[in-house]
Design a protein around this ligand. Structure first.
Ligand code: ADP
Ligand code: MG
Length: 495
């Protein structure tokens, strides 16, 4: 069955989850859909499987445009989707789950269904006992149950959304073998993942998505650096850096480890000087987030020490870090950074230095108006945080930062901003270096890391596997490290 998605748009409020996506999937192939978290992959697949209605665009099956108003429509048209968390009803038995969703007008013949289930299991080498309660199945077996159920319902296009999360390496090997044999039988398999190695291992072809758009499509195999390039942006000419003289140590991590699994393998020791910019690279969840939270005093290390400007703050409260002029701008601007329902003025009053009992609202409003103008925020001092667009929320967060910080920690400082706004934001940030502020930021954008960092730490699987001088590095080198490949080892395969 040939399958085309044409110019699919899907917005959630101001978020353009899918912004004009066109993809063609050939019959009998394993097609990868690769992109960072938030790229819009699941949204697109939910549109294709009838869970979401697209705002606009077309789905074309075998040359005919189809309307898929529900998952039932989709499976009737031959499209089945395995969600990230298999939709298995745990109290029910395997066979009851298997027959779930079979068309209601057909009288259910349980004996035939049971023998069909057995037949399918035999064919794909699965071992599912029809009478067993589904809660006793492993996640891998629940996936197997979903696969045979969708096949039984007549799926000819099978979508798997991040299917390797939570299954063992063994089960993954088995899943991949099953998917390969399904494709060989003429099934179209769409494999959704943010893990580059998996797509590279399994798929015939891959479409790469970033920020709701397709940024590339290639026939595999290609060198992994090539996929990293597409996922994280093409290398562009790097502008001249304006280095500032570095000062004393502002952040010193000495043999830090946590017990949460992140940063657990090897202790991390890092020293960041006044005026220095350190970028953190790596796939989402490779340890950068834990690292930043440790530096911000939001996560206490299990071993080692954290010092800010020479003062040991290990195990101290988040407030002690604030008092030491450490600020953290999280990726969740509205969730963690700003307060929903409060106006811009209220944000300035809350973060202001005036701690008297009565709030000076007039002064708060004046300050808000002034900063709205200075930071070019599209809104007024009476606008609520949530009414601002992502870019303006980020401008507000920057406007709220006090001067003369020792250490500024950020996650994805320009995610979701257009190039102009991103450039403006970095102009503001880099100016702070002159006051001696040290900046440590995590980003998925390799160009941003190369352009603005002095040094780049690359995280993989919870450890720092590389440290690079940004001026002497490039997208390819970081890309290799991000994928777990160093010059002499191949960590990607030992995971
Ligand atoms: N139901 C929803 N309501 C609001 N926003 C959503 C919803 N689903 C996804 N989004 C947003 O759409 C964007 C794309 O999400 P998603 O399709 O889940 O990406 P991916 O699967 O590539 O990680 C994200 O910014 C996400 O927060
Ligand atoms: Mg997803």
């Amino acid at each position: 069955m040939s399958l085309e998605l044409r110019n699919i748009h899907k917005h959630f409020g101001a978020v353009r989850a899918n912004d004009g996506i066109t993809i063609e999937v050939e019959t009998g192939t394993l097609h990868g859909l690769l992109g960072e978290n938030g790229a819009g992959k699941s949204t697109l697949m939910k549109v294709l499987s009838g869970f979401h209605a697209a705002d606009s665009g077309e789905i074309v099956l075998d040359g005919k445009q189809v309307e898929l108003a529900s998952p039932e429509d989709a499976i009737a048209a031959g499209i089945g989707m395995l969600h990230q968390d298999p939709l298995v009803f745990l109290p029910f038995s395997v066979i009851d789950n298997f027959v779930l969703g079979s068309p209601g007008h057909r009288r259910l013949d349980r004996r035939k269904a049971t023998s069909d289930l057995r037949g399918l299991c035999e064919r794909y080498g699965f071992n599912l006992d029809p009478a067993l309660p589904a809660r006793l199945l492993t996640v891998g077996e629940r996936q197997q149950l979903e696969i045979v159920r969708l096949l039984w319902l007549g799926a000819r296009v099978l979508i798997l959304d991040e299917p390797t999360t939570g299954i063992s390496a063994d089960q993954r090997g088995k899943l991949f073998a099953t998917l390969k044999s399904l494709a060989a039988e003429g099934m179209s398999v769409i494999f959704v993942s943010h893990k580059l190695e998996e797509v590279a291992d399994l798929c015939d072809r891959v479409t790469v998505m970033t920020r709701g758009q397709v940024v590339g499509e290639v026939e595999l195999p290609v060198p992994p650096e090539h996929l990293v390039d597409m996922m994280f942006g093409q290398a562009v000419e790097i502008r001249d850096r304006y280095p500032v003289p570095l000062g004393n140590s502002h952040l010193t991590l000495d043999t830090v480890r946590t017990a949460t699994g992140l940063l657990s393998e090897e202790p991390v020791s890092v020293d960041v000087k006044a005026g220095e910019v350190v970028g953190l690279a790596g796939m989402e969840g490779s340890g950068q987030d834990a690292f930043l939270r440790i530096c911000a005093g939001m996560l206490a290390p299990k071993h080692g020490t954290v010092a800010v400007a020479g003062k040991n703050l290990t195990g101290k409260h988040y407030r002690d870090f604030l008092a030491a002029d450490v600020k953290y701008l999280p990726a969740g601007r509205l969730e963690e950074g700003l307060i929903e329902g409060l106006t811009i003025t209220e944000h300035f009053v809350l973060t202001g230095a005036d701690k008297r009992f009565f709030v000076d609202w007039a002064a708060g409003r004046r300050r808000a108006e002034e900063q709205v103008g200075h930071f070019n925020i599209k809104g007024t001092e009476a606008s609520t945080a949530e009414s601002l667009s992502g870019g303006n929320q980020q401008r507000l967060l920057l406007a709220l930062l006090p001067p003369n910080l020792k250490l500024l920690l950020m996650e994805h400082p320009t995610r979701g901003l257009d190039i102009e706004s991103a450039d403006w934001v970095w102009g503001q940030l880099l100016a702070r270096r002159e006051e001696g502020t040290s900046i440590v930021f995590a980003s998925a954008d390799l160009d941003e890391l190369l352009r603005y960092s002095d040094r780049i730490l690359v995280f993989f699987s919870g450890r720092v596997i590389g440290e690079l001088e940004a001026a002497n590095s490039n997208v390819d080198e970081i890309g290799m490290l991000i994928g777990g490949r160093t010059a002499d080892t191949d960590l990607g395969n030992s995971r």
